[in-house]
Design a protein around this ligand. Structure first.
Ligand code: SAH
Length: 506
C-alpha cells in the first residue's frame, strides 16, 4: 500500500494539532469502505481512520494508534453495529496468521468487493469509464470511500463492462502448494514445529491445519515434521544461521493425485537421509518426487540455487483441461487449479481464436496459457524470463504433442521487440505479468505491433489500470474485464481484460 509517506530527514514534522482525532484516544467510527489490504475505512468527524477487522456499514469503537495529516490507523475495540455481511471466521488461527484477510466477510460479499476494487482502480488510476459503475452497496474500496484521488463517476451509458467476480462453489482447501517454515519447538527436546510467521515478526507458530490448503498438503507437512523430529534433524535457526531444515514444500496435483515434497536445507548433507526418504515414502504412499533444495544464504528467500532429487521423479504432473503439465520444484504453477481453468478458459475466449492466428504469450511461465491457446491458433510464441520455466514449457509442449509453439527465454520487453524485427506479426497478444505490471517498453512494442486483440491477465488491478490507460491512449479500447477469484479469503484479486484495436469489432 502506498500510504507510507516517509518523512525526509530534516523535513519539519507534520503539524498534527487541530486534527479531529488524537493518538491513544477512543472514537466511534462509521466504516464506509474496505481498503485493499482488507482493512475497514472509517470516518471520524470527516477524518479517515483505517481499522483492521472492521467492515463497511459498521459502527465501531476504535482506539487511535497512529495519526498522519490525512489519515490514521485505529485498533478495533468494539463493534457497535455489525454488518449483515459479517461472519465468524471459520479458522481458529485467523487473527494470528495473516495469510487470509477476509474470512470475517461472507464469501458473497468478498466477491462483490473484489469486483468493486477492480472498478475503482479502472476509474481512479486508469481514468477509464466503467459501464453502470454504481458502487456495490457498501463495497466501495478504500481510497474511493475515503475521498482520496479522483473518481470520475461518469453517468454515461457506454464503458467497460466489469462482470461479477467468478467465485468458487466451495472456496476452501483450494491451494495445491504449501510452503512451511520450520523451527524449534519451545521447551521440547528437539521437536520441530512448522506453520507460519506470527504477524509482523519471524517467530514461527506451529500449525496443523490450514483451511485454504488441500488436506493432503497438511498431511505431508505433518508427516515430515514428525519424521524429521524422530530422526533428530535440527531445524534451521534464522538468527544464528545454524541448523538444517528450513522449509518444507508440499505440492499436490489435484487432477492426478501426485505429490511432491521439497526439503529446503541449509547445506547438502542430511543425516540419516535414506531413513528419512524411506519413512516419508511409507507415510505418504502417493509421493512421486522427494527433492532437496540447498539454501545456505542467511536470507528469507525460500529457495537456493541447487535442487536435487532424493527419490523418485524430478517433476510431478497435473492437468488443466486436456493438457498435462510437468511441474518441477521451483516452477511457478498457479496455486488454485480449479479457478486456473476458469481463468484460462476466459483468456482463451477473449483471444477469439479461429485456428488461423499468430499469438504471443508474454510472461508465459511454464507455458500453461500458451499451450491452451495453441490448440486454437496457428502458431504461439511464448516468452518468459526464468530459464527453468522455459525448459518446463518446452517439455510440456512435447508431452502434449503440441508442435505449433515456440518458447524463448528472456525479458518480454527485450524478446518481443526482437520478434518484431524478425517480422513476426501477431493477431493476438496475451500478457500475464507479475504484480508490477507490464514493462513500458513492452507496451510500446504492443502498440507498434498493432495486434487486433490484447488479452491482459492481471494479479494486480492497480497496474492493470495503469497499463490499460497506456494501451487506450495508443489506440485500443477495453471492452470487458472479468474478475476471477483465485484466492478466496485473501485480498488478492485476479482479472482478465479484453482490449480490441480501435476500428475493429469488439
Ligand atoms: N502465465 C503463467 C505465469 C504468470 S506469472 C501462468 O499462468 O502460469 C508471471 C511470470 O512472468 C512469471 O513466470 C515470471 O517469472 C515472469 N516474468 C517476470 N518478469 C518478466 C519479464 N520481464 N519478462 C518475461 N517474463 C517475466
Amino acid at each position: 500500500m502506498n500510504r507510507k509517506n516517509k518523512r525526509r530527514p530534516g523535513a519539519p514534522a507534520a503539524d498534527l494539532s487541530g486534527l479531529p482525532v488524537a493518538k491513544n484516544e477512543e472514537y466511534i467510527a462509521d466504516i464506509v469502505g474496505l481498503g485493499h489490504d482488507g482493512e475497514g475505512v472509517g470516518r471520524v468527524n470527516g477524518f479517515t481512520l483505517f481499522i483492521q477487522g472492521a467492515l463497511p456499514g459498521e459502527k465501531v469503537r476504535a482506539k487511535v494508534l497512529k495519526v498522519k495529516k490525512q489519515y490514521g490507523y485505529g485498533k478495533l475495540l468494539e463493534i457497535i453495529e455489525a454488518s449483515p455481511d459479517r461472519i465468524d471466521a471459520p479458522c481458529p488461527i485467523y487473527k494470528q496468521c495473516g495469510g487470509c484477510q477476509l474470512q470475517h466477510l461472507s464469501y458473497d460479499a468478498q466477491l462483490r468487493w473484489k469486483r468493486q476494487l477492480v472498478i475503482d482502480n479502472l476509474e481512479r488510476i486508469g481514468k477509464l469509464r466503467v459501464a453502470g459503475a454504481g458502487a456495490e452497496s457498501g463495497m466501495r474500496a478504500g481510497a474511493e470511500a475515503a475521498g482520496v484521488g479522483a473518481g470520475r463517476g461518469d453517468a454515461e451509458a457506454a464503458g467497460i463492462v466489469v462482470h461479477p467476480t467468478l467465485g468458487m462453489s466451495d472456496p476452501w482447501r483450494y491451494r495445491n502448494k504449501a510452503q512451511v517454515p520450520i523451527g524449534l519447538a519451545v521447551g521440547e527436546e528437539g521437536g520441530l514445529i512448522g506453520g507460519f510467521y506470527a504477524q509482523g515478526s519471524h517467530r514461527i507458530i506451529d500449525m496443523e491445519a490450514c483451511l485454504i490448503q488441500h488436506e493432503n498438503n497438511d498431511a505431508v507437512v505433518a508427516a515430515v515434521k514428525r519424521i524429521a523430529s524422530e530422526l533428530g534433524i535440527r531445524p534451521y535457526n534464522e538468527e544464528t544461521g545454524k541448523g538444517l531444515l528450513r522449509h518444507v514444500i508440499a505440492r499436490y496435483g489435484f487432477n492426478t493425485g501426485e505429490i511432491m515434497v521439497v526439503l529446503v536445507t541449509n547445506g547438502r548433507d542430511i543425516p540419516r537421509r535414506d531413513e528419512l526418504v524411506g519413512l516419508i515414502r511409507e507415510a505418504i504412499p502417493d509421493v512421486r518426487s522427494i527433492c532437496q533444495n540447498v539454501n545456505r544464504q542467511q536470507t528469507n528467500v525460500i529457495f537456493g540455487d541447487e535442487t536435487r532429487v532424493l527419490w523418485g521423479s524430478e517433476v510431478i504432473y497435473d492437468t488443466i483441461g486436456d493438457i498435462r503439465f510437468a511441474i518441477s520444484a521451483r516452477s511457478f504453477y498457479q496455486v488454485n487449479p480449479v479457478q486456473t481453468e476458469v481463468l484460462y478458459r476466459k483468456a482463451l475466449d477473449y483471444a477469439g481464436l479461429s485456428g488461423e492466428e499468430i499469438v504471443i504469450d508474454a510472461y508465459c511461465g511454464i507455458g500453461t496459457i500458451s499451450l491452451f491457446l495453441a490448440q486454437k491458433a496457428r502458431e504461439v510464441y511464448g516468452v518468459e524470463i526464468i530459464p527453468e520455466a522455459i525448459e518446463d514449457a518446452k517439455r510440456n509442449a512435447l508431452v502434449n504433442k503440441i508442435r505449433n509453439v515456440r518458447f524463448e527465454v528472456g525479458g518480454a520487453e527485450v524478446v518481443i521487440p526482437e520478434w518484431k524485427r524478425q517480422g513476426i506479426a501477431p493477431d493476438v497478444i496475451v500478457v500475464d505479468p507479475p504484480r508490477k505490471g507490464c514493462d513500458a517498453a513492452l507496451l510500446e512494442t504492443i502498440l507498434a505491433m498493432r495486434p487486433e486483440r490484447v488479452v491482459y491477465v492481471s494479479c494486480n488491478p492497480s497496474t492493470l489500470a495503469r497499463d490499460l490507460r497506456v494501451l487506450e491512449d495508443g489506440g485500443y479500447r477495453t471492452v470487458e474485464v472479468q474478475p476471477v477469484d483465485m484466492f478466496p479469503h485473501t485480498v488478492h484479486v485476479e482479472s482478465v481484460a479484453l482490449l480490441v484495436r480501435d476500428g475493429t469489432e469488439g
